[in-house]
Design a protein around this ligand. Structure first.
Ligand code: NAP
Length: 555
C-alpha cells in the first residue's frame, strides 16, 4: 500500500525531508515547486513507512487503502504526476542549514506579522541556533491568514497553527500582540532592540477593477467578505445583502472558490465550523441560489487549483455548471496532447466532466463563465446589474491575454464580490514598489530604489513575492529570507542592538496598555476552544478586540 497526498496538501514540504526513499515531488529546490498546486508520492517507489503522514501538518496524506471516498481520485492524480515527471531519486542525506557558531553570539530578530510566512521564518530561525525572536501582530490573536483567511470549511488547513504553537512554546520567542508596528513602535526603534527586522505583513489591499459603479452598495471585495465570515475584528460590522437569488464573483482563483462555497453551503454545516456566528445568522437568511464566477480568460487559464476544483464538484446539494461550449477545440487538443502537464489535464478533465454532467436540479448552483470582463456596475442607489464584455484571447509575451470583442451582455444581480487578488501596502519607513505591490528585495533582503541593500531589513511571504501560493509555499520562501539574514549576521553585517529584551518589554508595556503576550493569547485560545466544545465546534472566535483583551487579562 503506497501513501497518497490529497486535497489539503499545503505544499510546505515537511513530508519531503522525512521520506527515506525520496519519492515525493516536486521538492522545494525543483524548478516546478513554486507553481506546484500540490505535492505527489510515487506509488511505485513508496515503501509504506508512513513517515510523510506523520510529518504532514494538515493531515493531507493517507494510505491508498484508507482514502475516503471523496479523495479516491488522488491515487490516480499522484500516479499521473510521475508518468509525466519520471522519478529520479537522490537519497543522499539532505544537508540541514548550518547552525550559527558560538562565536557569532546571540541573534535577536523582530518579526512583524504572525501569519504563515512569519511563523515559518521564526521556525527556521529557531533551527539556526542561539536566536531570540520578538513577534508582533496588530491584533490580539496570532496566525494572520491561517486564522482570518482560510475558509472555515477547511479546518485541516488551519492545522498549521497547532504546529506553530507547539514549536513556539519556548522562552526564546516572545509574542507582542495588539501592537501596531509603525504606530506603537517605529521601525527605527525596533532596530535598537534587535539585529534585524523581518516584515511578513502579507498583502492586505484588495485588487480593484476601476470600472463605473464599483463602489455602489452591494459591490464588495472578497477580502472583506472572507474577513467578515472569519470573524476578523475590523470587519465584524460589515453588511452583506444576501437577499437576491444571484451573487456574482469576479475572478476564478481559490479565493473565488472559497467564497462560492460559503455562499452555497448548508448553513447547518457551516454552523459546526469556527465561522463567525454573525455570518451564520446572515447566511441562514440568504436567498442566494446561484453564484456566477466570471473569468476574463478561458478554461485553460483558470486561476483555481485542481484540488479545490475537484472538491467543488463533490459539494452536496450544489451543481457545478460549465457550458459545454467552453469545452472547445483548444480544450480537446490539450486533453489529447500527451505533453499536457498533469495539473492542466486534471483541471480540463474535471471541467469536461462538469460540463457533461450539467445541472442535476440541485437547490444551489455554482456557474462558471469564461472570457468575460465586467465593464460597469449599474443600479439605482445599489447594485442591480453588471455589464460584461465578451473577450477573445490573444497571445502575448506574457501568455494569452483577454481582449474585449464587440459582444456584450448584462447580468442581473444584487451582490458582486471582487476576488481579483490582493496587493501589499507600504510598510512605514521601508522601501515600497507600488507597481508590484511589494517591498523590493533580493532573496528577502530589502533593497532601495537604487537596488542597494538596506541593512537589517528583510521580508517574507506575500509582501516579498506578491499574493501567490498556498500556506506551505511560505516555508521555502521564509527559509530563503532566513538564510540571507543569518549569513549577514555571521558575516558581521548587522548592527548589534543597543538595548535588551526586557527594555523592549518595558517600552511596549508603557505604550501599549492592552498588550497581549503568549500567555494572554493562550487564555483567549482556551476560552475560544471551550466555548466551541460546548457546541461541538472547534472554537467560537472572539470577534471584538476588547473581549480578547479582557479574556487575556483574566489570569
Ligand atoms: P488569484 O489566484 O491570483 O486569482 C485572481 C483572479 O482574478 C484570476 O482569475 C484573475 O484572472 C482575476 N483577475 C485579476 N484582475 C482582474 C481584472 N481586472 N478583471 C477581471 N478579473 C481579474 O488570486 P486569489 O484567488 O486571491 O488567491 C491568491 C492566492 O492565494 C493564490 O495563490 C491562491 O491559490 C491562494 N489561495 C489558496 C487557497 C487554497 O488553497 N484553498 C485558498 C485561497 C487562496 P487572470 O488569471 O486572467 O489574471
Amino acid at each position: 500500500m503506497a501513501f497518497v497526498i490529497t486535497q489539503r496538501c499545503c505544499n510546505d514540504a515537511s513530508c519531503v525531508a522525512e521520506c527515506p526513499v525520496d519519492c515525493i515531488r516536486p521538492r522545494p529546490d525543483d524548478p516546478g515547486f513554486a507553481t506546484a498546486e500540490m505535492l505527489h508520492i510515487d506509488p511505485d517507489t513508496c515503501i509504506d513507512c508512513g513517515a510523510c503522514m506523520d510529518a504532514c501538518p494538515v493531515g493531507a496524506i493517507y494510505g491508498a487503502d484508507e482514502l475516503p471516498v471523496d479523495l479516491l481520485r488522488y491515487a490516480e492524480i499522484n500516479a499521473a504526476y510521475f508518468q509525466h515527471h519520471p522519478l529520479d531519486t537522490d537519497i543522499s542525506a539532505a544537508t540541514a542549514p548550518a547552525r550559527l557558531s558560538r562565536e557569532a553570539g546571540r541573534l535577536r530578530v523582530a518579526i512583524v506579522g504572525t501569519g504563515p510566512a512569519a511563523c515559518y521564518a521564526a521556525e527556521h530561525l529557531l533551527g539556526r541556533g542561539d536566536v531570540e525572536i520578538e513577534m508582533f501582530d496588530r491584533l490580539p490573536a496570532p496566525w494572520g491568514l491561517a486564522r482570518y483567511g482560510v475558509a472555515p470549511d477547511h479546518p485541516e488547513t488551519r492545522g498549521v497553527t497547532a504546529m506553530f504553537a507547539s514549536v513556539f512554546n519556548r522562552d526564546s520567542i516572545r509574542f507582542h500582540l495588539n501592537v501596531d508596528v509603525g504606530r506603537d513602535i517605529s521601525h527605527t526603534e525596533l532596530l535598537e532592540y534587535c539585529h534585524a527586522v523581518i516584515y511578513a505583513v502579507g498583502a492586505s489591499a484588495d485588487g480593484r477593477l476601476h470600472i463605473p459603479g464599483e463602489d455602489l452598495p452591494g459591490s464588495h471585495s472578497a477580502t472583506e467578505f472572507v474577513a467578515w465570515y472569519n470573524g476578523h475584528p475590523d470587519y465584524v460590522d460589515r453588511h452583506f445583502d444576501l437577499s437576491g437569488e444571484r451573487a456574482v464573483i469576479i475572478g476564478n482563483g481559490n479565493v473565488a472558490l472559497d467564497v462560492a462555497r460559503v455562499l452555497t453551503a448548508d448553513p447547518d454545516h457551516l454552523a459546526r465550523t469556527d465561522i463567525a456566528d454573525h455570518a451564520v445568522e446572515v447566511l441562514r437568511q440568504s436567498a442566494i441560489r446561484e453564484v456566477l464566477l466570471l473569468g476574463r480568460r478561458g478554461l485553460r487559464q483558470a486561476a483555481y487549483t485542481g484540488p479545490e476544483f475537484l472538491a467543488l464538484g463533490q459539494l452536496p446539494g450544489t451543481d457545478v455548471v460549465i457550458d459545454p461550449a467552453d469545452i472547445d477545440d483548444d480544450v480537446a487538443a490539450a486533453l489529447s496532447d500527451p505533453a499536457t502537464d498533469p495539473t492542466t489535464r486534471l483541471k480540463l478533465t474535471l471541467a469536461k466532466e462538469y460540463a457533461a454532467r450539467g445541472a442535476t436540479g440541485a437547490s444551489r448552483r455554482i456557474d462558471f463563465r469564461f472570457r468575460v470582463t465586467p465593464v460597469a456596475l449599474d443600479g439605482a442607489g445599489r447594485v442591480e446589474s453588471l455589464h460584461l464584455a465578451h473577450n477573445e484571447l490573444r497571445e502575448s509575451p506574457q501568455g494569452p491575454v483577454a481582449v474585449a470583442t464587440e459582444r456584450t451582455s448584462t447580468v442581473e444581480t444584487s451582490l458582486v464580490l471582487r476576488a481579483v487578488g490582493y496587493r501589499g501596502v507600504p510598510v512605514p519607513d521601508v522601501p515600497f514598489d507600488p507597481g508590484a505591490g511589494i517591498v523590493p528585495n533580493e532573496r528577502g533582503r530589502v533593497v532601495d530604489s537604487a537596488g542597494t541593500v538596506v541593512p537589517g531589513v528583510y521580508v517574507a511571504g506575500w509582501i516579498k513575492r506578491g499574493a501567490r501560493g498556498v500556506i506551505g509555499t511560505n516555508r521555502g520562501d521564509a527559509e530563503q529570507t532566513v538564510a540571507a539574514l543569518v549569513d549577514d549576521f555571521a558575516a558581521g553585517g548587522l548592527v548589534a542592538p543597543r538595548r535588551d529584551r526586557d527594555d523592549l518589554l518595558a517600552l511596549l508595556s508603557r505604550r501599549c496598555p492592552n498588550l497581549v503576550d503568549r500567555s494572554g493569547w493562550s487564555l483567549i485560545d482556551a476560552a475560544e476552544r471551550a466555548n466551541g466544545a460546548a457546541l461541538d465546534r472547534p472554537r467560537v472566535k472572539f470577534t471584538r478586540v476588547q473581549d480578547m483583551v479582557a479574556t487575556a487579562r483574566a489570569r
